[in-house]
Design a protein around this ligand. Structure first.
Ligand code: SF4
Length: 376
């Protein structure tokens, strides 16, 4: 073992390993001075206090599955919040941002091979607050649009209060940013939000969500919701259920609370029985299933911008700009293509079937006179 590299140094792994690899390559006649390797004693632990700010490199991540068509670029890590249920601030440290030039380089490189790049972070909306001049996330998005040829950017998740008017307007103005808003909710009961140490209340969340829907009428709007946080009463849960039923959510990620050692909530009184959490999860999933089906049906007969995904079960697939999985008519498109999909069927289970043409063909058709609004 040569080195032990902790989270605090993981962004420097390439830099640490490169001199060693150079020396292996030049083993026949190693130069007298290979400074970096020589400076690192064998098995030196390269770890440090997680709360110490360290630079973050924007690095693409290729997860298995659909992300092979839509790589992630992590632009931010860590979090300065202290949500009572969350271990992330303890294990990832404070918020740190990749610098903008590095992000531009990564997105530009990926844009050569991929039609869509997903921007990620633990608390992405806080991007820039730790950098010189404290730039804001919308400023980074503008640079990525202006300085790279990327055809589609997708924003993974942004905390409610960071969905500013500026960010919403930028998405509304740019057909190169996917109509997809993910805004963690957790609960719509103020008493629960307070105990969770979330930094908003239900009315704040609702204002942001309605602003999104007004500016982006066709956008997917999703949320993370936690059920069974300690002390969540039937009345608290009913508030969350009614909030979700009333507002234009299109999908949810529902999580039953589970205590994480080292978090404040793990020691809270009033733990909710597992059976109650299970039933509350079921109710929310049922509520959102109906809303999701209605959202998909809104697009019957309409065209959506989409990115082709690897076929499954012998059938071509794509993901629409507004986060609807599509099953494509033959012939299957090549993977990793931007296309225009016309929705012709939505079955009772919500499966959406579409015909398609390449996006560049659709653009040509637009030039010949189709409405611009038809083509993102
Ligand atoms: S839940 Fe999100 S915002 Fe809250 S502490 Fe964890 S990472 Fe930060």
């Amino acid at each position: 073992m040569q080195w032990v590299v902790g989270n605090s140094h993981k962004s420097a792994i390439g830099e640490i390993a490169a001199p060693r690899l150079v020396r292996i390559a030049a083993a026949a006649a190693p130069p007298a001075n290979l400074p970096y390797h020589g400076q690192i004693p064998a098995a030196e632990p390269l770890v440090g206090p997680i709360d110490r700010q360290t630079p973050l490199a924007a690095l693409p991540v290729f997860d298995p599955g659909d992300e092979r068509s839509r790589p992630n670029v992590k632009l931010q890590d860590g979090c300065n919040n202290r949500c009572a249920f969350c271990i992330i601030p303890s294990v990832r440290g404070p918020s740190r941002s990749a610098d903008a030039a590095n992000a531009v380089r990564q997105v530009r490189a990926l844009a050569a091979d991929y039609p869509e790049v997903v921007l990620t972070g633990i608390n992405l909306g806080r991007w820039g607050r730790d950098l010189d001049g404290r730039p804001r996330f919308p400023a980074l998005l503008r640079r990525l649009l202006d300085e790279t040829p990327v055809r589609k950017l997708r924003i993974s998740s942004v905390e409610p209060m960071d969905w500013t008017e500026e960010l919403i307007a930028l998405i509304a103005q740019s057909p190169r940013i996917a109509r997809h808003v993910h805004m963690p909710l957790q609960s719509a009961a103020d008493a629960v939000l307070k105990r969770m140490r979330r930094r908003y209340r239900a009315r704040h969340y609702e204002q942001r969500l309605l602003a999104v829907r007004e500016a982006l009428p066709d956008a997917a709007i999703g949320a993370d919701v936690m059920v069974g946080f300690p002390g969540e009463t039937d009345a608290d849960f009913a508030q969350t259920r009614d909030f979700i039923a009333r507002l234009p959510f299109t999908y949810l990620h529902v999580f039953p609370f589970s205590p994480r050692a080292g978090t404040e909530a793990a020691a809270h009184a009033g733990q909710v029985p597992a059976a109650v959490k299970k039933e509350r999860s079921r109710i929310l999933r049922e509520t959102i299933a109906g809303k999701n089906l209605a959202f998909r049906r809104r697009f019957l007969g309409r065209e959506l911008s989409a990115v082709s995904l690897p076929p499954r079960n012998g059938r071509g697939r794509a993901l629409s700009d507004n986060f609807i999985p599509l099953e494509l008519d033959a012939p299957d498109p090549p993977p990793r293509r931007l296309l225009q999909a016309r929705i012709h069927t939505v079955n009772a289970e919500g499966a959406v079937a579409a015909s398609w043409i390449p996006a560049n063909a659709a653009a040509g058709r637009t030039r010949r006179g189709a409405s611009r609004a038809e083509v993102f």
